[in-house]
Each structure stands twice: as C-alpha cells, then as structure tokens.
Write a protein that binds this ligand. Structure first.
Ligand code: KIV
Ligand code: NA
Length: 266
C-alpha cells in the first residue's frame, strides 16, 4: 500500500473522514500499528515518561528522541512518522527549530515534526515549512509548558477560548499541515476544526476533530498509573505480560522449562 502523506490527511478532512494516530517508540510496535492501518505514528516526547521513566517530558534529549525516531521509521512502511521536537530544542529561534528539525528528517528519517506552542511559534513553523519540513502544531495543554500552565489542566475554557482559536489560525497561516489539540473542551475543538482548512487531531478534545491520538501504553493498558479520563483502554497488556512472566518463573523453578522441544541434542 502507498505511503500516507500530508496531502492524504487533507483529503480525509475534505471528504469528511477521520484518521488515527498512535504513539510508537520502537520498531516492533510501529510495525504492528502500521500493518493495522494506523495512518500516523507519533514518536512523542511522552517517551520521556513511558520509555524512560521520567516524571515529565522535559528531560528527554534530542539524541534520545533521534534513537526512538529511527526505530519507528525502521518499523513503519506505510504510516506517516511524526517526531516531537523535545523541550529546549526549538523554542529559542526559528533557526534553532530548523537545525533540530533537519536532524530528525536527515538522521532519523522522520517525515514531519511536531512542536508545542501557539501564535508565538508561528515564525518557527514558517521557517520549518520553508525548509521542507512538514509541521504539526500542538496547542491546548502542552506538556512541555506544564510548569507555566500550572499543571495538567483543560485549556481554552471561558475567556481563553478565543485565544486558542486565534493560535490555531496563526499556526495554519504559518504553514502547519495539521493542528493537534490536547485537553480542550469538545465544543471548542470542534469549532477550531471548522475554522481551519487543515485537519485537526485531538487527545482529550472530543470527537469533533479530524483525527485522534493516544499514547499506546495508555490505549493498551500497559502502565501502572492512573488512566486519564480521555483514554479508552482497548486491552490490558499489563495483566497479560505480568501473568506470562510469573508463569515463566514458575516453569523455570519447577524445571518444566525448557522442555525437550526447546532443547538441542548432541
Ligand atoms: O508526546 C506525546 O505522546 C504527545 C501526544 C500525547 C499528543 O504529544
Ligand atoms: Na509530546
């Protein structure tokens, strides 16, 4: 099947169809989602938490994100692979954003990047797009700005709704091919999708966006922590993996693994 490109996502929106994005950080998971038809794979800086065990997205480095991105690119044949530019790697200037964006495209094989922030990032988006790097703009709750935003909270309620719409319009005008909204009231996210020509992606933003995204460990029930309201768990992998590990240990302890069929003879 043909590779998914940014033009296809625009065609989804124009045709009134929806598309799906999941995070991925390694080749095996990427290949499973790719074969299942997931249109977009996000190498999220959520890797900082779910892969590395940090308590926020702030500590992950460009070098670390490049490794995860290469791995996903190696596992995906069809899905469009988008890499998050990590905290501190792009905000300083449009030139810094381009320098980092180029590394993700050139060294890791990403096909697009995502950056966080509203109208203040419009020049950065424009510079990336001018350099041939497609950009998803992430607005609403932006985890890299957790400390500035006062923790994990819904954005765009009340009087700040208009500012969020203005941000989305500025980012579209700057050339973003997609706007991603995190933890935004559903009516507002729907309004933004209608106001924009380009598609939108939501997480905790209701079902009025063009696409949806979830962190795969949340979606498949791998984590041990509290599950946010906006997550639907489609499996309980933590239980599956935990039971298998306990069974393996008990087989080893009883001497029943390895059995003759797992064993070489001389
Ligand atoms: O890093 C990430 O996984 C993300 C999604 C939650 C949108 O940015
Ligand atoms: Na992210």
């Amino acid at each position: 099947p043909k590779r998914v490109r940014t033009v296809h996502l625009q065609q989804f929106k124009d045709a009134g169809q929806k598309f799906s994005m999941l995070t991925a950080y390694d080749a095996e998971i990427a290949s499973i989602f790719d074969e299942a038809g997931i249109e977009l794979l996000l190498v999220g800086d959520s890797a900082s938490s779910v892969m590395m065990g940090h308590s926020s997205t702030l500590p992950i480095t460009t070098e670390e994100m490049l490794v995860f991105t290469k791995s996903v690119v190696n596992g995906a044949n069809r899905a469009l692979v988008v890499a998050d530019l990590p905290f501190g790697s792009y905000e300083g200037s449009p030139a810094q954003a381009v320098a980092t964006g180029v590394r993700f495209m050139k060294e890791a094989g990403a096909q697009a990047v995502k950056i966080e922030g509203g109208a203040a990032m419009a020049d950065h988006v424009h510079a990336l797009v001018s350099a041939g790097i497609p950009v998803i703009a992430h607005i609403g709750f932006t985890p890299q700005a957790e400390h500035a935003l006062g923790g994990y909270r819904v954005q765009g309620r009340g009087e700040s709704a208009q500012a969020l719409i203005d941000d989305a319009l500025a980012l579209e005008a700057a050339g973003a091919f997609c706007v991603l909204m995190e933890m935004v009231p559903a009516e507002l996210a729907t309004q933004v999708d209608r106001a924009l020509r380009v598609p939108t992606i939501g997480i905790g933003a209701g079902n009025g966006t063009t696409g949806q995204v979830l962190v795969w460990q949340d979606m498949l029930g791998l984590g041990s922590g509290r599950v946010p309201r906006f997550v639907k768990q489609y499996a309980n992998l933590r239980e599956v993996v935990s039971q298998a590990a306990a069974q393996y240990r008990s087989d080893v302890s009883a001497g029943s693994f390895p059995a003759p069929e797992h064993t070489f003879e001389g």
